[in-house]
Ligand binder design. Structure first.
Ligand code: FES
Ligand code: FES
Length: 369
């Protein structure tokens, strides 16, 4: 267990390290950008993860590289930026004002119309630009699936996506980007705002101890459900425990008998293994929100929150999935089918949490579709 703890968050923005003290854990990344930092290029449309106007790109270390993915900043709590790189629409143009190829393509193809959705489209295209060098139409459509345009349509935006690779790519230094992220601290984080507290343990043992001591705390993974409790229900969440830095909750494992998915694995990271094991799930998962949600949301959170509109549970119940639940060093396994005793109720005991989801391999004679 880590013993060092800190109460400041650190992340990268425009190549600079940003250090914030006394962060209110109920504050969203979007609120911080627009109201505290004066970066108003990122817009608020729905404030509930539906429209993509607030999309920003997050860079994080992944197997020795920096991986860039779009998320919705309107429902992302500020402390979760700790240890990451934040890229906003203001980050893209060069110091002399030259537009990034993604922005220039949007101009050239007349992909920018109302200006309200445009920053979000640009950021989703930027995430695509950084992760794929020659996307086809399906990949482009998929990358834009979390962004809504309410007026003129998507054709010129798709054409911008097809043409954005024609201009020379801006110079980047991947090694420097990795080094800068590696220098951000990875120790336990404990932030106290005026009314709210936020803990980000860095091991399973630490999480168990914290949650056993504060079983009324709200466990936070992707925040795509919890974020709305704050932005839409105007709830205050006094105590948050973030699961995203616990490595033991991050694995995807294929055993001889089961596919096992850690509770903090994002839907984006779980999808390839799920589709490989159960090809019939592909259509369902592709329609599961859009990339900015799937890049943050977790299968474990979808299950543990027990939302009646949770999309994954019916298919997982049909697959005879089970959950490994953990509390104070002990685990038990329960069928997902038995996990919900009632509306918005779960079988979790105080201090107990979902550690991983286990899905048995299909028998050769089984039909699933
Ligand atoms: Fe609509 Fe964030 S403002 S997704
Ligand atoms: Fe912004 Fe259509 S161009 S909503």
């Amino acid at each position: 267990m880590s013993t060092a703890s800190r109460n400041t968050i650190n992340f990268l923005l425009d190549g600079e390290r940003v250090t914030l003290h006394d962060v209110d854990p109920n504050r969203t990344v979007l609120q911080w950008l627009r109201e505290d930092r004066g970066r108003t290029g990122t817009k608020e449309g729905c404030a509930e993860g539906d429209c993509g106007a607030c999309a920003v790109v997050i860079g994080e270390l992944d197997d020795g590289k920096v991986r860039y993915r779009a998320i919705n900043s309107c429902i992302q709590f500020l402390p979760t930026l700790d240890g990451h790189e934040l890229v906003t629409v203001e980050s893209l143009s060069s110091a002399d004002g030259q537009l990034h190829p993604v922005q220039q393509a949007m101009v050239d193809e007349h992909g920018s119309q109302c200006g309200f959705c445009t920053p979000g489209f640009v950021m989703s295209l930027y995430a695509l630009y950084r992760s794929s060098s020659d996307p086809g139409r399906v990949e482009i459509d998929e990358a834009l699936a979390g962004n809504l345009c309410r007026c003129t349509g998507y054709r010129p935006i798709v054409e911008a996506a097809q043409s954005m690779y024609r201009a020379p790519a801006p110079a980047t230094d991947p090694e420097a980007a990795v080094n800068a992220l590696e220098q951000l601290e990875a120790t336990t984080l404990s932030c106290e705002g005026a009314r709210h507290r936020y803990h980000a343990p860095v091991s399973l043992a630490e999480l168990e101890t914290l949650y056993a001591a504060q079983p009324d705390a709200c466990l936070l993974a992707g925040g795509t459900d919890v974020g709305l409790w704050v932005t839409k229900d105007r709830q205050e969440i006094p105590e948050l425990i973030y699961l995203g830095n616990v490595p033991e909750l991050q694995g995807v494992t294929q055993t001889d008998t089961h596919l096992e998915i850690g509770a903090a694995v994002t839907l984006t990271d779980a999808m390839p293994a799920l589709v490989a094991a159960f090809p019939a799930l592909e259509e369902l998962l592709r329609r599961f929100a859009g990339p900015p949600i799937r890049n943050a949301a977790t299968l474990g959170g979808n299950i543990a929150n027990g939302s009646p509109i949770g999309d994954s549970m019916p298919a997982l119940i049909a697959l005879d999935a089970t959950l490994v639940l953990r509390c104070a060093g002990r685990t038990r396994e329960i069928a997902l089918d038995s996990f919900y005793p009632g509306y918005r109720q779960t079988a979790l005991q105080p201090g107990e949490f979902v550690e991983r989801i286990r899905i048995p391999r299909l028998e050769p004679s089984a039909l699933f579709g």
